[in-house]
Design a protein around this ligand. Structure first.
Ligand code: GLY
Length: 259
């Protein structure tokens, strides 16, 4: 029997300049870059533990946010849409990821003046939701439609609350058919009918951003009720320290492209 191809994960190392990565929290403590790197190493190891073949791109000191590769490409069904990040300081992150994806997927580009961050793009099986946030606009939604609707995906806009950076800050789909969402964020009716929606308490909203494979979900450490609810669904939960990622508004999905 021929084994199915191993799923791939693309990540990018953390530069020293991560100390000045973008962050919304005024007065947040200084980022400990060495600790951030240790958290990144643990994340990569956890992805390998899930069976992903991990490729790590080198950091670029000119791009403090470059570890958040999710924002610069949308990859699904053998196609990759390179984004045009909403933050101008992040636009040059795209090229190294484009180079890494070339040959692995059919590449497309988001054209100016559209703005699109991958953190605003949530795939739930055959549906793709595009958050309308301070980073992603209607033209970004149109770019996703142009690439993915012909491939059979239903592409829809999703609101993002003021003050929330990205759609996936409070909702993610770590496994096929599973959505993890903060209580009060988005209605179950928004997702395909077959979707199993697990709610996390509003006080644990950060933990709604998760990744996984098989029957295992990686969540941020420090959110016990979220872990309990996922275990009650029969899933294995692995918790990862994300303190230094959160200081730059980062969470687990932000750190990888999985395909
Ligand atoms: N620090 C991640 C972002 O703001 O894009």
């Amino acid at each position: 029997m021929i084994a199915p191809p191993q799923r791939r994960a693309l990540v990018r190392a953390i530069p020293d300049s991560y100390a000045v990565a973008l962050g919304q929290v005024i007065g947040a403590p200084a980022i400990d870059v060495a600790r951030a790197r240790a958290q990144h190493v643990a994340y990569r190891a956890a992805l390998e533990g899930l069976g992903f073949a991990v490729t790590a791109l080198p950091a670029d000191e000119a791009l403090p946010d470059c570890c958040f590769v999710e924002d610069v490409a949308i990859v699904a069904a053998g196609h990759g849409l390179l984004t045009r990040p909403g933050a101008t300081s992040r636009r040059a992150e795209v090229e190294a990821v484009a180079e890494a994806l070339r040959g692995a997927v059919v590449l497309h580009r988001t054209r100016a003046p559209a703005r699109l961050d991958g953190g605003d793009v949530l795939r739930v099986d055959d549906a793709i939701f595009v958050g309308q946030s301070g980073r992603s606009d209607g033209a970004g939604l149109a770019a996703v439609r142009e690439v993915f609707e012909p491939l059979g995906f239903a592409v829809r806009p999703a609101p993002v609350a003021a003050g929330t950076l990205h759609l996936k800050c409070h909702v993610s789909s770590p496994l096929p058919g599973l959505v993890l969402a903060a209580e009060g964020a988005y209605s179950d009716a928004m997702f395909p009918a077959s979707t199993r929606v697990v709610r996390v308490p509003a006080a644990e909203a950060y933990a709604a951003n998760a990744v996984g494979a098989g029957e295992t979900v990686l969540i941020a450490a420090g959110y016990p009720e979220t872990a309990t609810r996922l275990r009650a669904e029969g899933l294995t939960v692995v918790s990862l320290d994300t303190s230094e990622l959160a200081l730059a508004d980062g969470s687990l999905t932000c750190l990888s492209l999985l395909f």
